[in-house]
Write a protein that binds this ligand. Structure first.
Ligand code: GTP
Ligand code: MG
Length: 366
């Protein structure tokens, strides 16, 4: 199966996870608007800097514009370097580059190639900023509207303190899942066709992997709990599930599992000497977690707007005649509009000033 799955890693988080898949022998292309982010990928074979990009500082629209301008070249890279049947696009939903460009890129790849395309994405933790939640919400709005999207794996940064742990646990679980067909067992195994069917299934997909315990008591309850404590966004309580894949090292009561997770359209089962691996496919997207982010955004909306207005409104307009004359400016101006009277018309210029400053600090010496 390994030879059937290639990856496109977009943005920083995508790159971090993609490089772990590349180390496991998969083909990976890394796209980023930031040269600096790409340089962190030591040993990467195929990197592509999106033309004109300097990083997107969490601005999804900026990322979209850049992808549109560079799409011919992106498509050429994908068709030349990824010959696999499946492509999984990896990206965080809360940043700019990966979040902004990936849903559109997935849609474009579905339209422009014969490949089956899925998504691996990440939701931000509760400690992150309002901007990340806005980005994440918009990203899921776009993802759920894509026709013919295959499986979506949604990792949750609330589940582990160290994001890099989430990355390595996911790569290990995904690899164990697609490796199931190589693991033949006299009592039955999950084959390639079944794995492909699960990877092709639209909706959220989660995996859990547990080493064979010394005692098999409570194995079903432990399996169910492992989904709850795992690295994926919480499973919806609507019991929507299309397929269950189960490779078991200890007996699992399927009836109890279905009672908790829902009744699937089909179950693929196999036996395993060392590990229990269970996959749930065709789940609802993690709408409860996504709604929670929306509520946080709405709760802080008034404060955010007030803060922005506070810095854009001139409040010090009294004439205090005893102050010394205004100093003449010697440093070069960032923008000629800097001395404009503050007014609502000048707001876009102020944005431009801020952007220039952000860019100045972002451009690290090469
Ligand atoms: N699990 C995990 N989350 C990550 C990782 N790196 C960043 N994140 C999360 O991803 C979000 C930020 O997105 P990035 O991937 O850094 O952003 P980007 O796509 O590079 O976009 P810009 O830098 O904004 O242009 C935040 O929610 C971070 O917590 C990672 O390696 N693993
Ligand atoms: Mg980045």
């Amino acid at each position: 199966m390994k030879g059937s799955i290639g990856f496109i890693a977009v943005g920083q988080a995508g790159g971090n996870i993609g490089s772990m898949f590349e180390k496991k022998g998969h083909s990976v292309i890394y796209f980023n608007t930031s040269q600096e982010d790409l340089k962190t990928l030591t040993g990467a074979k195929h990197t592509h800097h999106i033309k004109g990009g300097e990083g997107c500082n969490k601005d999804r629209n900026k990322a979209k514009d850049l992808i549109i301008d560079d799409f011919e070249s992106i498509l050429q890279q994908v068709t030349e370097k990824l010959t696999e049947e499946f492509i999984f696009v990896i990206f965080s939903s809360g940043g700019g580059t990966g979040s902004g460009s990936s849903p559109m890129l997935i849609d474009l790849l579905i339209q422009n190639t014969e490949k089956r395309v899925g998504a691996i994405t990440i939701i931000p933790s509760e400690e992150e900023t309002i901007r990340t939640y806005v980005n994440s919400y918009e990203c899921f709005q776009e993802l759920e509207a894509i026709d013919d999207l295959c499986a979506t794996f949604v990792l949750d940064n609330n589940k582990q303190e160290d994001k890099l742990n989430i990355n390595s646990m996911f790569v290990s679980q995904f690899s164990a899942f697609i490796g199931l067909s190589e693991h033949t067992h006299v009592r039955g195994n999950i084959d390639q066709a079944e794995i492909k069917e699960m990877l092709s299934t639209r909706g959220a997909t989660v995996i859990t992997k547990m080493n064979k315990p010394e005692k098999s008591a409570d194995s079903t309850a432990n399996l169910i709990n492992s989904f709850k404590s795992g690295i994926f966004a919480p499973i919806e309580s609507d019991r929507v599930v299309q397929y269950i894949g189960l490779s078991y090292s200890v007996p699992i009561e399927m009836e109890a599992l279905c009672k908790e997770m829902g009744d699937p359209y089909d179950i693929y089962q196999g036996q395993n000497d060392t590990t229990t691996i269970c996959i749930l496919c065709g789940l609802s997207y993690p709408y409860t977690a996504i709604e929670k982010m929306k509520e946080k955004v709405q709760a802080s909306q008034i404060r955010v707007v007030k803060n922005i207005e506070a810095t854009q409104t001139a409040r010090l307009q009294d004439d205090i005649s005893f102050l010394p004359p205004k100093r003449t400016r010697t440093a070069p101006k960032v923008n000629p509009n800097l001395e404009d009277e503050p007014s609502s018309e000048s707001a876009p210029d102020r944005k431009q000033i801020n952007k220039n400053i952000f860019d100045k600090y972002k451009k690290q010496p090469k």
